[in-house]
Design a protein around this ligand. Structure first.
Ligand code: COA
Length: 235
């Protein structure tokens, strides 16, 4: 598991990392279009600048699962960039935060036509009074189909959760809310996050208005998603 650096001095290596990220993300949108809020058709048109903006976003941490050819960790390239460039990318998970709960949109990138409304809570042991707690949001998890069911998704979730906790500690936060939105129909993802200690706490209905794109009418859609959270007290 390696995190993507936000700055790389070597322009050639930087472009290679960008292209690998782009390929994996586009693959996820092609293979599992139902799991994500944007589409392959939209993102395939993104310029290099847009992909690089994602990579340099100071609030975003990209965790990448890289194919390992050797059985021992010590045989891996010691340097993060060499490791990222030398193996196939098998999975990704993005952590975005810290965001201030309640004051910053959790989905600033979501298109303006999308609105959300909350339904009453599912069973939740989470203290709802901690409304101003910083939020770290987990986004866009994807494992390539060839290696699913082998524990890679779980490793991505566990690793990024620990990275979020470390980042929050180093910034002096006393408690954080780790959060993820999962499509209600996406059982594998719901089970994955449950196994990582996330609790289903809220149902949201996301409604997108009818829109027109390249002269084609795209009908309005309704999606039900589950907000899953893990509350961490940091002492
Ligand atoms: C969800 C996803 C990342 C899981 O990755 P994975 O590497 O197969 O997951 P793991 O092997 O680490 O499994 C971890 C846990 O997830 C659950 N899980 C994974 N696949 C599952 C499936 N097909 N059905 C039910 N539960 C499943 C299990 O609880 C499993 O724990 P267990 O092995 O103790 O039973 C993968 O299926 C995927 O990329 N799906 C498409 C993208 C997607 O849906 N993203 C979610 C966006 S919110």
């Amino acid at each position: 598991m390696y995190t993507l650096p936000r700055v790389v001095d070597d322009a050639e290596k930087w472009s290679q990392l960008r292209d690998k990220l782009k390929m994996l993300r586009l693959k996820s949108l092609q293979v599992n279009p139902e799991a994500f809020s944007s589409t392959y058709a939209e993102e395939v048109k993104f310029s290099n600048e847009v992909w690089e903006k994602r990579m340099t976003n100071p609030l975003a941490l990209h965790l990448i699962a890289v194919e390992r050819f050797s059985k021992t960790e010590s045989d891996l390239p010691a340097e993060e960039i060499s490791a990222l460039l030398s193996g196939d990318w098998l999975g990704v998970l993005v952590l975005i935060g810290p965001k201030e709960d309640g004051t910053v949109s959790l989905h600033p990138s979501r298109s303006p036509g999308v609105s959300s409304s909350s339904k009453p809570s599912l069973s939740s042991p989470i203290d709802r009074e901690n409304a101003s707690m910083p939020v770290y949001e987990l986004n866009a998890v994807f494992v390539v189909p060839e290696v699913r069911g082998l524990g890679l998704g779980k490793k991505l979730v566990d690793t990024i959760t620990q990275l979020g906790i470390s980042s929050a500690k180093s910034q002096g936060f006393r408690a954080i809310r780790l959060q993820v939105r999962v499509d209600a129909d996406n059982q594998p993802a719901r089970m994955l996050y449950r196994s990582g200690g996330y609790v289903e706490c809220k149902v949201e209905t996301l409604a997108s208005k009818e829109k027109e794109k390249d002269g084609v009418k795209i009908p309005s859609t309704m999606k039900t998603c589950i907000v899953m959270e893990r509350l961490e007290e940091l002492s």
